[in-house]
Design a protein around this ligand. Structure first.
Ligand code: APR
Ligand code: PHB
Length: 379
């Protein structure tokens, strides 16, 4: 098989990259280790930045998102038992779109297959060869793809990042999130981020009848310690809103980590999305960072295939990393601000509360949060 860009991974990064390349008339093939059902069923985050939602529309895959997604103009920060609304649209003129990542994945898989882009699901033993030469190759069991470039969109545990020498920067947080998806109305029409002495809690949603709720727990927390009744009671305590319990459709503990690999390119291999960096989920930046990388990479590849120009490709890593580090900073900051740290002194807890008071009472403080939350420019 031969194509212009070989893409490893059918998550948001690989799928959106394929879509954008196709719109530029550039050929690509996606190889994916897991099944289509697995990719489409994996429950992940659900907040799209203003410009990420616009990228979906511009790429011709925004129709269901605009119909079924929930456009939000504000977000609630709760501390010391009171709600404080950040008026995202009033402060920035922008909004966010609440739409599950697995719905994004379904829409992109359908659009790519309809456009005739091969997605080789359930491909085992994927390996990368020749990235520092002119003819890279993706090899796998029973086949290979020769290409001009390889996009490593294979997530945090993929094979692309280990195929190149990178320097990793990371921070592991001393807590995790217990997340549930439940068939019950969300406690409020907007997202609530709550700082409570028992720990952080977040109320999000997927629809007016499906809630996505999270509790700060120990990083290695055993789910067995959290029978349903305990989850509902603790959400009620920390969120301070009327919580309507319902059937729990999915439950899991996520560890919290920040990680960035530098650089994001070696020769003809380019990393995008979680393969190059991860964020703790507090700022909802994971998928949005993937979109930023892919916007840049698609533009650079389009320039190369249009007139052979390699300037944008050569600048990809350093340009992408500037946006990545700003989102890393925001995610780290919001995580540090909202969670309970066991080693915090009462003084440090008061510092968190004073900063929350500042952010929610000063238009300048609120604007800083709002500008980052709705998203910094993609390009
Ligand atoms: N061969 C082929 N495919 C692989 C391999 C491999 N060796 N390793 C991993 N993959 C696939 C995974 O099965 C997955 O479908 O690569 C895909 C990577 O997708 P994601 O993990 O979703 O990463 P990305 O597309 O960069 O999306 C980033 O996803 O993890 C969330 O929170 C994160 O929202 C962010 C977004
Ligand atoms: C989610 O809806 O899953 C969600 C929302 C906001 C976050 C993280 C996750 O910060």
């Amino acid at each position: 098989m031969r194509t212009q860009v070989g893409i490893i991974g059918a998550g948001p990064s690989g799928l959106l990259l394929a879509r954008l390349l196709h719109l530029h008339g550039i050929g690509c093939v996606i190889v994916e280790a897991r099944s289509r059902a697995y990719c489409e069923g994996r429950i992940r985050a659900g907040v799209m930045e203003h410009d990420a939602a616009q990228m979906m529309r511009d790429a011709g895959v925004g129709e269901r998102m605009d119909r079924e997604g929930l456009l939000h103009h504000g977000v609630i920060l709760r501390f010391n038992g009171r709600d404080h609304r950040i008026d995202l649209t009033g402060l920035t003129g922008k909004s966010i779109m609440v739409y599950g990542q697995h719905e994004v994945v379904k829409d992109l898989i359908a659009a790519n297959l309809a456009a005739g882009i091969p997605i080789l699901f359930e491909t085992p033993d994927v390996a990368i060869h020749g990235i520092t030469g002119p003819a890279p190759r993706i090899a796998f069991q029973n086949g290979a793809i020769d290409c001009d470039f390889i996009a490593g969109c294979d997530g945090f545990h993929g094979i692309s990042r280990p195929a190149m020498p990178v320097q990793g920067f990371d921070r592991i947080y001393p807590f995790g999130w217990l997340g549930i998806l439940s068939q019950s109305p969300p406690p409020h029409e907007e997202l609530i981020y709550a700082s409570h002495d028992n720990g952080f809690a977040l109320a999000s949603m997927r629809s007016p009848t499906i809630s996505r709720l999270y509790l700060q727990v120990a990083p290695d927390e055993d789910e067995a310690n959290w029978p349903d009744e305990r989850i509902w009671a603790e959400l009620q305590t920390r969120l301070g809103h009327h919580i309507v319990p319902g059937p729990i459709l999915q439950k899991g503990v996520t560890a919290m980590r920040s990680f960035v690999a530098e650089p994001m390119q070696l020769g003809r291999l380019f990393l995008a999305g979680d393969s190059a960096h991860i964020v703790p989920p507090t700022g909802a930046k994971g998928m949005n960072l993937a979109y930023g990388d892919v916007a840049l990479l698609a533009r650079a590849l389009a320039a190369y295939f249009a007139d052979g120009s390699e300037t944008d490709l050569a600048g990809y890593s350093s340009t992408a990393l500037r946006r990545v580090w700003k989102a890393e900073r925001f995610s780290w900051w919001l995580t540090s601000l909202m969670h309970r740290f066991e080693n915090h002194t009462p003084f440090e807890r008061r510092m968190q509360q004073a900063e929350l008071d500042y952010i929610t009472s000063s238009p300048t403080g609120a604007a800083t949060l709002a500008e980052n939350y709705v998203g910094l420019p993609m390009l």
